[in-house]
Design a binder for this molecule. Structure first.
Ligand code: NAP
Length: 256
């Protein structure tokens, strides 16, 4: 893929799971990577070491994306260390299990607010902070990592689905507003992916502790891996995707 080399990518939640795979994949395509994490410094450092082993620069940045001041400090630090961010991957997040999957009828405002903070306000903070530099570059890519939960709207997924739907609404609006500045905004919507979050979901909803038990019933005979999502994101950020904006790419093997 072309058009990624030499750019700076900020990946939120880059310490684990999908974000870590995005960091590795974009680095392999030649980007320098700012790896954001919340609590897991050791994991972020391990991802940074992998990026450096690929010959690219890497920095790790602790920030709770739900807190605007954290995002502002991170944005300034990344710009100082690596240069202006041209690729923003809004990936950090928590799932419905973190709130016990409450049905709408009994959901509390606080439960919904926490998910909105992660999936709507976090990305909003970073888009606001980074858009001026992207405009100046005349080229930018924003990826929102959503979920098929905002297509299926299954029972007890409300806290999560409402937040992801809000995230997508922001993406499609931003895409039209920023196109004139050479900035593309796309949504990648995974189904089940083998990460800590995916494992937690499966053990909570299906009592399955080992993801290998699920392989046979998956569309291609295996549970989607973080790299499958990362490859889709890299394509959207590349020159090969230059005419694609305002789109949602669902990566779930074709059905949910
Ligand atoms: P994961 O393995 O649980 O990793 C979550 C990542 O987000 C970690 O790097 C974590 O940092 C970071 N994070 C969480 N809250 C944060 C906050 N407030 N500020 C900054 N960083 C924060 O999750 P994942 O499965 O890779 O999920 C990544 C994205 O994909 C999420 O948006 C999720 O909703 C979406 N998704 C996942 C699946 C799936 O099945 N896994 C399916 C559809 C969509 P620490 O390491 O420091 O804790």
């Amino acid at each position: 893929m072309s058009g990624i080399e030499g750019r700076v990518a900020l990946v939120t939640g880059g310490s684990r799971g999908i974000g870590a795979a995005v960091a590795r994949t974009l680095a392999a395509q030649g980007a320098d990577i700012a790896i954001n994490y919340h609590a897991n410094r050791e994991a972020a450092e391990a991802v940074a070491a992998e990026v450096r082993a690929l010959g690219r620069k890497a920095g790790i940045y602790q920030a709770d994306v739900t807190i605007e001041a954290d995002c502002a400090a991170m944005a300034a630090a990344v710009a100082g260390d690596l240069g202006p961010v041209g690729i923003l991957v809004n990936n950090a997040g928590v799932g419905s299990v973190s709130e016990g999957q409450p049905p709408i009828a009994t959901m509390s405002d606080d439960q919904l607010q926490r998910l909105l903070n992660a999936h709507v306000f976090g990305p909003l903070h970073l888009c606001r902070l980074l858009m001026p530099a992207m405009r100046e570059l005349g080229r930018g890519d924003v990826i929102m990592v959503s979920s098929v939960a905002a297509q299926g709207y299954g029972p007890r997924m409300g806290v999560y689905a409402i937040a992801k739907a809000g995230m997508e609404a922001m993406a499609y609006t931003l895409a039209k507003e920023e196109r004139q500045h050479g900035i593309r905004v796309n949504v990648v919507a995974p189904g089940l992916v083998e990460t800590d979050m995916g494992k937690l979901l499966m053990s909570f909803t299906r009592g399955v502790g080992d993801m290998r038990q699920l392989d046979a019933n998956m569309p291609f005979g295996f549970v989607c891996q973080p790299e499958d999502i990362a490859n889709a994101i890299a394509f959207l950020c590349s020159d090969e995707g230059r005419y694609i904006t305002n789109q949602r790419l669902t990566v779930n093997g074709g059905g949910f």
